[in-house]
Ligand binder design. Structure first.
Ligand code: SF4
Ligand code: SF4
Length: 469
């Protein structure tokens, strides 16, 4: 494929407020120079200093805190002909010894600044400190720190104030049965449930009846593969009415900053306290028509917003929350990432933002999973977060191949595919493999439980949950 370095990944951002006259010249200059050097699309909230001088807005999802975990072989999941821009950022940050700069939690775009310049703003902030400190920036002993402070002011507005520290929850008192079980050290089982593609409750009620007493919580998906179904919140409520505790999924693809906060407040008052924050599958996974818009939020930003809503009782806009909501917050992990050190950095950022449990992508290769656990341990994460390992029974050779070819971040080793090929009853063999995997991961230090995904065959769930004990 012909490489065109100057071609921008996305069209330039359009300002929602017109530029004033004296700003226009700076905008035109910045657009030309940064467009040529960095393929800048003028998001107006520049992060180049923190992303090893590669523009993160080249990511089609518009992610500002790291990769989405959906890319395969370091290619972009939205446009596979291109490399994942976050993979390039990590590589360059390693080369330039700037990995620590990737840890700061970055704000979502400030729409007021979109399409406007950043150079003029940096200069006026320098001027606010007086000419002497401006000279200090250029010549002084602390010029590096001063220089960084100028850009920090720009990228960390008062309404966000992201940092690179761990923020433990304000209270460790469990808010749900799932959290209480994890705190007691029980080996927990959660199961993935897809809401019905219709307005009927029968399927959910039937499943709840079969799962009652067999799992700790049902994790209810939110529009998987960018395909609309009943909302996760409605389905969580149905399950609660039928005696099953649930985990609500919220995705950056489907929720913007306003709806996220209102939905999460509503969930808390309805008694749904387990919340899993995900960035979301790419819109191209849908049957179409696909949305072309970048995501308003990523999973890390969602965790940061919900943790502050709970612990600091503050909305994103600074208003005080009258009654603090209660959440047990979770995020996703990709143990099959070819570079566990990079993935550990991504997980640490989510834990720092507020994640209390990590639910992993499907695991079929325990050796690779162990490497990922070790990378997490090296960052002292296993004492801060509960790990739930994704387990999915394979129904057939076709399913195994489908997972390898079509589902990002999943790898079924060849020996398991051969075992299914030799089997007279592949479905039974798939369950046996799943049970073996459960026994193996259960023995690993740092594993707190499993999350069972039945890959569209919900009827297997109760049987597997029983067999797994
Ligand atoms: S982060 Fe925004 S302002 Fe900076 S180069 Fe990228 S698009 Fe341009
Ligand atoms: S959408 Fe995902 S895979 Fe594509 S560039 Fe962004 S982070 Fe990478």
């Amino acid at each position: 494929m012909k490489k065109n370095r100057v071609r921008r990944f996305r069209s330039p951002y359009l300002p929602i407020r017109p530029a004033i006259k004296r700003e226009r010249l700076v905008i035109a200059l910045e657009k030309q120079i940064k467009g040529f050097l960095f393929q800048c699309s003028m998001c107006g909230n520049c992060l180049l200093q923190e992303t090893a001088f590669i523009c993160p807005m080249l990511c089609p999802k518009g992610l500002r805190n790291g990769p989405c975990g959906s890319g395969v072989d370091n290619r972009c999941c939205v446009e596979p002909s291109r490399p994942c821009i976050w993979h390039l950022i990590y590589k360059q940050a390693e080369r330039l010894n700037r990995m620590d700069r990737l840890m700061e939690i970055q704000a979502p775009l400030d729409g007021e600044r979109v399409g406007h310049e950043t150079w003029g703003t940096v200069l006026s902030k320098a001027r606010e400190r007086g000419l002497l400190s401006l000279m200090g920036v250029l010549r002084g002993r602390h010029r590096r720190e001063e220089f960084q402070r100028l850009f920090r002011d720009l990228r960390q507005p008062d309404w966000w104030q992201g940092d690179d520290h761990y923020h433990p929850p304000a209270s460790f008192k469990p808010v749900s049965r799932l959290q209480a079980s994890l705190k007691r050290g029980e080996f927990v089982v959660t199961a993935e449930v897809h809401p019905p593609a219709g307005a009927g409750a029968d399927h959910v009620q039937e499943l709840a009846h079969q799962l009652r007493g067999r799992i700790h919580a049902a994790n209810v998906t939110e529009n998987p593969m960018a395909t609309p179904r009943m909302s996760s919140l409605a389905c969580c409520l149905l399950l609660a009415q039928n005696g099953i505790e649930s985990v609500l999924q919220l995705t950056g693809r489907d929720y913007n900053r306003y709806f996220l906060q209102s939905e999460a407040l509503g969930a808390s008052i309805l008694g749904i306290h387990n919340v899993l924050c995900l960035t979301g599958d790419p819109p191209m996974a849908s049957r179409g028509p696909a949305s072309g818009l970048p995501f308003d939020l990523d999973a890390t930003q969602m965790l940061w917003i919900l943790r502050r809503l709970r612990d600091e009782r503050r909305f994103l806009d600074g208003r005080f929350v009258s009654e603090a909501p209660r959440y047990f917050l979770g995020a996703a992990g990709s143990p099959n990432d070819p570079d566990p050190a990079h993935e550990a950095l991504r997980i640490e950022k989510k834990v720092n933002a507020g994640a209390q449990f990590i639910q992993t992508q499907l695991v079929y290769d325990v050796t690779t999973f162990q490497r990922w656990l070790q990378a997490l341990d090296q960052r002292s994460l296993l004492t801060k977060v509960h790990i739930l390992v994704g387990i999915g029974p394979l129904h057939s050779v076709k399913t195994a191949r489908f997972l390898n070819e079509r589902i990002p971040g999943v790898f079924v080793p060849p020996n398991l595919i051969e075992r299914l090929e030799r089997s007279l009853s592949p479905e039974q063999t798939g369950i046996e493999i799943a049970l073996e995997l459960i026994q193996q991961v259960k023995a690993l230090p740092g594993v707190a439980g499993i999350h069972v995904m039945c890959l569209g065959h919900d009827s297997i769930l109760p049987r597997l949950a029983s067999l797994a004990g």
